[in-house]
Write a protein of this length. Structure first.
Length: 474
């Protein structure tokens, strides 16, 4: 009998201890979840959306960029395999910061080396924080107002990227409008939640998350003349690892100079601030899911997460430097998995089964040329979809981090600065505002009882109360 079937009520999923990690293997330690695997097959479209970013910034051929995407995809698997119960992804809000920094270097070897220096330093920083247990301390020490502002700002920045002039919405207005409308209805609507609870066809659709929406976008975009019909090609994708190795890694262009590492420090600090918001969001989303599913104990450890995504960034900096970076969370798909997980053990036995099966699906999709060629025309739509879902979730989670009206005010200003001036400005602004408003209570802040209690929010998410009234504070 597989170990996952033997999990007792309220216990963790079975695992093999490996130092700070908890090794879980598919079929043995967690159940393979077909709905999440199927979503992954098409949602590899978002992973592939990194290709135009790299070709534009680095002048990289499509095949070399595809090799980097596939290598990054394989490293996504280490999170759930080693005990981190999340769907990992990019550091999406930090991408504009990194692009602006790298563009200050001339195209060619210098620009590639600048990217290598940045990602290597970011990975080493995360590993040091995780190895010495400092990551969890950082999470605890940052005031609630700043946490709220960072998470809210990341969400707003994701929305701005889609709707800014010349952005993806201008290219696919009808497709994105229809796709995101359906996505919000299927994922967050109380009405669809009631339909889904009845089972039958609606229940099956609910289990598929946003898989049907990506499939629909493949048809909608050509009907509105916003993209060509897919040119389906058969066989396997053909990444060029040799070209990637010889021209876009340290083994081809050499190690960056010490000065390049020094110049990367401010951008690394700004990116870590955004990344830190994803760590907070991971923790908050999993705590919410843990409250709904008492049958499985979810162990999220910020230090372990730092070791994993830090190792991914360090590895990619040497073997395939990546413009989108290696982040701790793909919030849009993590929410999709969690929403299915909340439906009970029959729907998804373990959170590791959902997150793991999804990432096995994306890796399979990247290797299959029919899948790659099917979604190629709508890569920008898939990216916009994940950005807007991330924006919704980030703003909601950010507000829940606040404990008072003053917290919300500080968070709002901090978020606005993050969107308009970048993370390097936002964090100091949040610190100064907390010092001015809270003074010696900088770390404690205040709890004035006016922010909705988290328990009430969770109850409403579960549908235990349909009265529509705002939850009262304890």
């Amino acid at each position: 009998m597989p170990a996952w079937k033997q999990r007792s009520e309220g216990a963790e999923s079975p695992f093999i201890p490996v130092g700070p990690f908890k090794l879980r293997l598919p079929f043995l330690h967690y159940r393979f979840e077909l709905p999440d695997f199927l979503q992954g097959l098409l949602m590899c479209a978002v992973d592939l959306a990194a290709i135009p970013l790299m070709t534009e910034l680095l002048g990289m051929p499509f095949e070399a960029a595809l090799a980097i995407v596939i290598l990054n995809g394989l490293l996504y698997l280490v999170h759930h395999l080693l005990g981190d119960p999340v769907v990992p992804g990019w550091i999406t809000p930090a991408i504009p910061l990194l692009i602006a920094y790298v563009e200050t270097f001339p195209e060619g070897e210098a620009r590639v080396q600048a990217l290598i220096a940045f990602q290597m330093l970011l990975g080493a920083t995360a590993i040091v924080l995780g190895r010495f247990g400092l990551a969890a301390q950082v999470v605890r020490l940052v005031p609630s107002a700043i946490k709220a502002g960072i998470i809210m700002g990341a969400g707003l920045a994701a929305v701005v990227v889609v709707f800014e002039a010349g952005g993806r919405f201008d290219q696919f207005p009808f497709t994105i409008s229809i796709a995101i409308g359906l996505a919000f209805y299927l994922l967050f609507s109380r009405h669809f939640g009631q339909l889904k609870a009845r089972g039958g066809l609606w229940g099956q659709i609910g289990k598929l998350g946003i898989f049907p929406i990506i499939a629909l976008a493949v048809v909608i975009a050509p009907l509105f003349g916003e993209a060509p019909w897919p040119d389906i090609r058969w066989g396997f994708s053909q990444p060029d690892f040799a070209l990637m190795w010889s021209e876009y890694t340290v083994f081809g262009v050499g190690l960056p100079s010490p000065m390049m590492f020094l110049m990367a420090v401010p951008t690394v600090a700004a990116a870590y601030i955004v990344l830190f918001g994803d760590v907070l969001q991971s923790k908050a989303l999993l705590e919410e899911a843990d409250g709904v599913r008492p049958d499985e104990k979810i162990d999220y450890n910020a230090d372990r997460a730092h070791l994993l995504f830090g190792g991914r960034n360090l590895g990619m900096s040497m073997f395939g430097p990546d413009v989108v970076m290696c982040g701790p969370l793909w919030s849009a798909m993590h929410v999709v998995v969690i929403e299915r997980y909340k439906q009970g053990r029959a729907a998804m036995d373990s959170i590791f089964g959902g997150s793991g099966s999804f990432r096995w699906g994306t890796n399979t999709g990247l290797l299959l040329l029919p899948i790659v060629s099917l979604v190629e025309p709508i890569l920008a739509v898939a990216l916009a979809l994940t950005l807007l879902i991330q924006g919704y979730v980030s703003v909601r989670i950010g507000i829940m981090e606040a404990k008072s009206q003053r917290d919300l005010g500080i968070a709002g200003v901090t978020a606005a600065v993050l969107v308009t001036k970048g993370a390097a400005w936002a964090f100091p602004v949040g610190v100064v505002l907390c010092l001015l408003i809270f003074g010696t209570r900088f770390f404690q802040g205040e709890d004035d009882g006016t922010i909705a209690g988290k328990a009430a929010v969770v109850r409403k998410e579960r549908g235990d109360s349909d009265d529509g009234d705002p939850p009262s504070s304890d």
